[in-house]
Design a protein around this ligand. Sequence first.
Ligand code: HEM
Length: 509
Amino acid sequence: MAGAGLVIAFVVAVISFLVWVFQPTKTKRMLNQIPGPPALPLIGNAHMLKPGGSEFYQQILEYTQMFDKDGILRLRVGLQPSVALYKPETVEVVLHTKSHITKSQEYRFLHPWVGTGLLTSTGDKWKMRRRLLTPTFHFRILYDFLQVFNEQSAIMVQRLEKQVDKGEFDMFPFITLCALDIICDTAMGKHVNAQADSDSKYVKAVYKMSELVHRRQKSPWFWPDVIYNSLPQGKQQQECLQILHGFTKAVIRERQSVIRKKIAEEGPTEPAKDDLYAEGGKKRMAFLDMLIYAAEGGANMTDEDIREEVDTFMFEGHDTTAAAANWAVHLLGANPEIQQKVQDELDDIFRGSDRPATMEDLADMKYLECCIKEALRLFPSVPMFARTISEDCVIGGYDVPEGTTAVVVTAALHRDPDHFPDPEKYDPDRWLPENCASRHPYCFIPFSAGLRNCIGQKFAMKEEKVVVSSILRRFNIKSMQTRADLLPMGELILRPQNGIRVKLTRRQQ
Ligand code: HEM
């Protein structure tokens, strides 16, 4: 087996060498004009990229500062040419167009997990699914979801009660399991009570899988499946996939049996419009229900198609929001005056009552919204994402050839001093209407932008407001880490290496 692996590795290396030698000179010439660190034949810059998530994240930020002039730099991983973009003017070229909507080659390593669901698909498949799923984020459905945000946040607060005056602890798992319960309950219509099981295998498998995919994206020697699957990393991936798919398949099976029974009893396979937008929580048409109804109603959708969408939403819909709320909590806990201002705003809204938040309350949480946006600026949950350049184009004054991977480095873009002076400073006032009205529309894009922006961004902002306000209505937070202690890991999602260490005290009302 090891011998076969070596032969395959040798054949792959020879083919790669020939492809590199015969790569069109026009492409090479175009790429060579773009500034960037020197690359080696075949592997490009892959040998330079740091393996660890936090060192890699730091390294990419450093490169963007080193080559900061035009907002573009060239990197090559294996034979795949890439450019990193980190100024609003360069990012806009790629996102503000119908042309470059295909995700980059590197997303293929996500396929074993999320298939070609909404995040990774392209062309007609993506258009069809986006059209099908957009109504499930209609604002009237978000009304129903608010009830779940409140219920799950109340459970989280109860769990946090046990930490009051007990010294330092890690907030990360508390918020993460709450976010997992929220996505299962809202999008999937299933209670999984993750908060009752603080050692969720599913969450651990999500983290391991993110680390493995990210590592593989940076390492061309892991790219061929035959090699990867025979390595310990490939075996770990198989174990993760069993847990991840096992979890989502169970969720799907349960909803399918409920809906099939309903269809058998009631007849029609199309959900009534009233069902789709019903308020009050009873007849909510969740995202998964929509997919199952579509499949049962004859849409061209197999169980596997449903599974890839469910896996996509489970991943994009819980890990991102959990990370964002955690970073927001750290920053508030590290800035007591700002925390006090948010608590004053919440006291004005709730006036001592512990009632659940309404949509109107969320709209009144204006300063908290500034704090959440400022946290997303400094610690965007998706620190980079990428597209394939579909036709030769000019970015930042340089010719970029078709087929290049364009990586939008949100974490660097959000630190552009031309738009955010003193960029490392946590300053929620940047988001007051008078301070942000004239900013470039592409200088802050935590949810991406253009046609392939985040479908769940309204859901996410509302969820974050409920989760963070629930904590601040009951507790004072004191962060026990400095910025340097946080060590953000820039894998698929930006997470703190050592968790979010805080102390809680109960507020005197
Ligand atoms: C703070 C929370 C969130 C952040 C920062 C965020 C950010 C993003 C970003 C940057 C993208 C583009 C990714 C890429 O091009 O590779 C994206 C896409 C997406 N997000 Fe979110 N997201 C969040 C929450 C959510 C939630 C709650 C859901 C679902 C319930 C969701 C579902 C999706 C989906 C399905 C896509 C792919 C959309 C498409 O390509 O059409 N996200 N998100």
